[in-house]
Design a protein around this ligand. Structure first.
Ligand SMILES: [Mg+2]
Length: 254
């Protein structure tokens, strides 16, 4: 979860100003801040921890932290307050699903938890697939599965083209807010990374919807490598107390 939040914060300054390199300094840009990816991840964590309907919890957090870069149709979902799903396949389903991968105790449960927090908005099959694939990758990484095994599982179970490298993706990748063109690329960054920070750097380097690519990659990279304490502390320093409380509750449980 903190891995996704770090990815969001680091990527926040590059979403509309792609960098396409790994050697940027400093790792946390002075203007970097948490965005919608973090707010929604916190909401998902709270909904799972309290075992309640995720829709009103998402709405509550998004109203508490407005103007954090919510996507167009999700912003409408917030302002309408109808709490009805809208058949989305936006990458928002994958960016916020990390807590499902951390709290699940089996592969079956991870898919179930991922679906439960997704269908309240992103009930299109591709929206669900993006969230389930991400949560399963996190779960398998926590179990110590190799990058190769996770890559095979995602390709076989979900049909994503995982047979690419970041060097192949980088020259042709473009801004895209769908699961279909964000999730496999983000997972490839996480699985190609040599350590947590390298995975985040790779995910910034391919461009696109940088904070969300890095949030998805960061969640999986955290499960693979853990997060260096100094990086986690810097990210926590950019978060308000109500978010830190949810994060601490999640790690006390997972
Ligand atoms: Mg964002």
């Amino acid at each position: 979860m903190i891995g996704a939040i770090i990815g969001d914060i680091v990527g926040s300054v590059y979403e509309f100003d792609n960098l396409r390199r790994t050697d940027f300094e400093p790792f946390f840009h002075p203007r970097s801040d948490f965005t919608d990816d973090t707010v929604c991840t916190i909401a998902v964590a709270q909904a799972l921890l309290d075992d309640v309907d995720p829709a009103p919890v998402l709405l509550d957090w998004c109203e508490r932290y407005p103007h954090r870069g919510y996507g167009g149709r999700f912003a409408q979902w917030i302002s309408r307050r109808s709490l009805q799903p809208y058949d989305s396949f936006g990458n928002g389903s994958a960016m916020r699903v990390g807590p499902a991968g951390l709290l699940a105790r089996s592969v079956a449960e991870v898919a179930d938890l991922a679906r439960r927090v997704t269908v309240v908005t992103h009930n299109h099959p591709e929206g669900i697939k993006g969230a389930v694939a991400t949560a399963e990758a996190i779960f398998l990484a926590r179990q110590g599965e190799s990058a190769e095994r996770i890559r095979d599982h995602v390709a076989r179970t979900h049909g994503y083209d995982m047979d690419r490298t970041t060097d192949q993706i980088r020259p042709i990748y473009h801004f895209n807010e769908t699961c279909q063109e964000t999730v496999p690329e983000a997972l490839i960054c996480a699985l190609e990374g040599r350590n947590f920070e390298h995975a985040i750097r790779l995910s910034i380097s391919i461009g696109g919807d940088s904070d969300t690519v890095a949030a998805i990659a960061g969640a999986v990279a955290e499960a693979r490598f853990g997060v260096p304490a100094e990086i986690a502390e810097t990210a926590r320093g950019k978060l308000p107390a109500d978010m830190l409380e949810i994060i601490d509750r999640l790690y006390a449980r997972s």
